[in-house]
Design a protein around this ligand. Structure first.
Ligand code: ADP
Ligand code: MG
Length: 216
C-alpha cells in the first residue's frame, strides 16, 4: 500500500535550500540567457534572493510551512530588484497563504499552493502561456501535478512529472517571441533564445521534487 507522505515546515526549508544551491550552480548560465534577451542580471538576482531566503529561514524558530513561504516571498521582494523578485515573491506569499497555520500538508494541498503561486504571477505580471515567461514553465507543472495527484499518484512521483513538465515548458520557450518583460522590447529578435525566467522556474520545481524525494 502506498501511504501519502506528509510534508511540513522541513519540506519548505529543504525546498528553499535546494533552490539556493541550484540557482547558485546555474547562476552563470542564467546570466548568459538573460544577456541574450534581457539585461544579464537574472542569475545574480536569483542567487542573491535565495541566499537571503535561506538565511531568513535559518533564523526562523519553528514557524509552520505556510509562514515560511510567506517569509521567503517577502525576502525575495526585498532583496531582488528585477522582475523576477516581485513575481516569485508574490508567488511564494500566495502559496503560503493557502496553507494558513497548518503544520503539515498533503499532495493535493501542495498542488493548490503551486496553483495559487501561478495565479499570483499571472495576476501581477499579466502574462499568459506562450508569452515566453516563467509562466511557460510554471503553468504546465501545476496542471501536471494536479492531474497526477487527482489520479492518486504518490506526491514524489507526481512532482517528478510536474518538474519534467516545467523543463519541457522551459525548452518550448526557445522558438517563441517574448510578449512580456524586458525581452519583449527585442520583438522578433527574442526568438531562438530560452527564457531565463522559465529556466529558473524549472530549477525551482526540480528543487521541490528533490526536497520531497530526499525525505522519502
Ligand atoms: P528583469 O527583467 O527586470 O531584469 P530578471 O532578469 O530577474 O528581471 O527576470 C527576467 C524574467 O522574468 C524573464 O525571463 C521572464 O521569465 C520573467 N518575467 C518578466 N516579466 C514578466 C511578466 N510580466 N510575467 C511573468 N514573468 C515575467
Ligand atoms: Mg534581467
Amino acid at each position: 500500500m502506498i501511504v501519502e507522505r506528509v510534508m511540513d515546515a522541513a519540506t519548505i526549508s529543504s525546498w528553499m535550500r535546494e533552490v539556493e544551491a541550484s540557482v547558485r550552480v546555474e547562476r552563470d548560465h542564467l546570466v548568459q540567457l538573460d544577456s541574450a534577451i534581457g539585461d544579464g542580471d537574472h542569475g545574480i538576482n536569483m542567487a542573491r534572493g535565495f541566499e537571503a531566503v535561506v538565511q531568513a529561514l535559518g533564523a526562523d524558530n519553528g514557524s509552520p510551512p505556510g509562514r515560511l513561504l510567506i517569509i521567503a516571498g517577502r525576502t525575495l521582494v526585498s532583496t531582488v530588484g528585477g522582475a523576477s523578485g516581485p513575481l516569485w515573491g508574490s508567488a511564494l506569499r500566495a502559496g503560503g497563504r493557502v496553507l494558513g497555520d497548518q503544520t503539515s500538508f498533503d499532495g493535493a494541498q501542495l498542488a493548490e499552493v503551486l496553483a495559487a503561486a501561478l495565479a499570483s504571477v499571472k495576476d501581477l505580471g499579466t502574462a499568459s502561456l506562450g508569452d515566453k515567461t516563467m509562466v511557460d514553465a510554471l503553468e504546465p507543472a501545476v496542471d501536471r501535478l494536479r492531474d497526477r495527484i487527482a489520479n492518486g499518484e504518490p506526491v514524489a512521483q507526481a512532482m517528478d512529472a510536474a518538474a519534467a513538465a516545467a523543463e519541457a515548458g522551459m525548452r518550448a520557450t526557445i522558438p517563441l517571441q517574448a510578449r512580456k518583460g524586458r525581452a519583449s522590447y527585442l520583438g522578433e529578435r527574442s526568438v531562438g533564445h530560452q527564457d531565463p525566467g522559465a529556466t529558473s522556474t524549472a530549477l525551482i520545481l526540480r528543487a521541490l521534487q528533490r526536497a520531497i524525494t530526499s525525505e522519502a
